[in-house]
Design a protein around this ligand. Structure first.
Ligand SMILES: Cc1ncc(COP(=O)(O)O)c(C=O)c1O
Length: 400
């Protein structure tokens, strides 16, 4: 009898974390590596949020809290949804977990039976399919290529729905493509969903605030209120307030689902870190200047990276609406040979050669379910990005 479970054997370690670890190992060996694989802002958490955490420790907020969030944090989240999204949720319809990641995990574990399907547009965030598999569900991957702006079309959604479909997982703006759904594109999808009452939507809004060129962020429950009772709106403080390490994410949904998710959490992690909850409350209720400031910096970096990559032979880099990623195509490089003699058979070979030969760590497209592409996270300094783009250009110019 095998010791490790079948459930575990269904999944793989996160490829983005694997690439970041490999880059760190090479750096430890003394190699000059620029890391563009990790998905986190390079800024410090704003001072008033750090101060709130210190005050929470000194005030003795160091004990267990209610399993899925303190009442005051839930009120702050309710107010956030009302203020920023025009959504009216009661505190009983809100749950707080250890990162947005736990919210997604709880929701899928609490709802998927063996064989239930979850539709996942590709390119997707690496964790969605594995979380679905862990829960016993079947990921139904729908490829959404560069020609359709990496967005799911209503026709493709309609075609993917079956009587076993339980969830559509929608992430706008997207990791890894940065593509965002405007109101019309979102409405086209919600129109389809209105016809299929068995399908719920998991709206991953974690990059809500990172939108550029005046792009209007919308979330499905706001666009189609008639769907609100089968939507889980998920969000968190990691990306919006440079708080990845604090581990606070939240979700809003009908109370029955929220209760089910809390039941699961009560038997796994219990409450998210008490101190982080106080910090998250300060983030949501305090000054919001950081959001606009970081957005301006990310937009400048996006422009720098898109222009630099489009000057590389063989790379085609569309301009994303949001997040802090670009997802260029390398169709023009597949089959070529690098200056050091590596045959670029696929995007994984490209990413490995780029790391070994040019010292730039990126994540290959197959990890996100759409090839031949690679993902760059531009959440690093302008100097590093300029140097990385120069190295990628030299690498591409050396291929033939
Ligand atoms: C699309 C997407 N959703 C959710 C998360 C989870 O973020 P956290 O668990 O830090 O809230 C991430 C983090 O990389 C992400 O990229």
């Amino acid at each position: 009898m095998a010791f490790l479970s079948d459930r575990l054997n269904r999944i793989k370690p996160s490829p983005t974390i694997a690439m970041t670890t490999r880059a760190a190992e090479l750096r430890a060996q003394g190699r000059d590596i620029i890391g563009l694989s990790a998905g986190e802002p390079d800024f410090d958490t704003p001072a008033h949020i750090r101060d709130a955490a210190k005050a929470a420790i000194d005030a003795g907020h160091t004990r267990y809290t209610a399993v899925d969030g303190t009442p005051s944090l839930k009120r702050a989240i309710r107010d956030k949804f009302a203020r920023e999204n025009g959504l009216d949720y009661a505190p009983a319809q809100i749950t707080v977990g250890t990162g947005g990641k736990q919210i997604l995990f709880n929701a899928l574990m609490a709802t998927l039976d063996d064989g239930d399907e979850a539709i996942i547009p590709a390119p997707y965030w690496v964790s969605y399919p594995d979380m679905v598999l862990l829960a016993g569900g079947v990921p139904v991957i729908v490829e959404c290529g560069l020609d359709q702006g990496f967005r799911l079309t209503p026709e493709a959604l309609e075609a993917a729905i079956t009587p076993r479909t339980k969830w559509l997982i929608l992430n706008s703006p997207s990791n890894p493509s940065g593509a965002g759904y405007d109101r019309a594109a979102m409405q086209a999808l919600t129109d389809v969903l209105l016809r299929h009452p068995q399908v719920w939507v998991l709206a991953d809004d974690i990059y809500e605030h990172l939108v550029f060129d005046g792009f209007e962020f919308v979330t499905p429950a706001q666009v189609e209120p008639r769907l609100k009772d089968r939507i889980l709106t998920m969000n968190g403080v990691s990306k919006a307030y440079a708080m990845t390490g604090w581990r606070i994410g939240y979700g809003a949904a009908p109370e029955s689902l929220i209760k089910a998710m809390a039941k699961l959490q009560s038997q796994s992690t219990s409450n998210p870190c008490s101190i982080s909850q106080y910090a998250a409350e300060a983030a949501l209720t305090g000054p919001q200047d950081y959001i606009a400031e970081s957005r301006a910096v990310f937009q400048r970096r996006r422009d720098l990276v898109v222009a630099g990559l489009n000057a590389c032979p063989g790379i085609d880099c569309p301009t994303p609406q949001g997040a802090f990623y670009v997802y260029p195509s390398i169709a023009g490089l597949i089959g070529k040979t690098s200056a050091a003699g590596t045959v670029l058979t696929d995007d994984e070979a490209f990413a490995n050669a780029l790391l070994d030969e040019a010292g730039v760590a990126v994540v290959f497209g197959a990890a996100f379910g759409l090839s031949p592409h690679f993902r760059i996270s531009y959440a690093t300094s302008d100097e590093q990005l300029t140097e990385a783009v120069a190295r990628i250009r030299r690498f591409c110019e050396g291929c033939n």
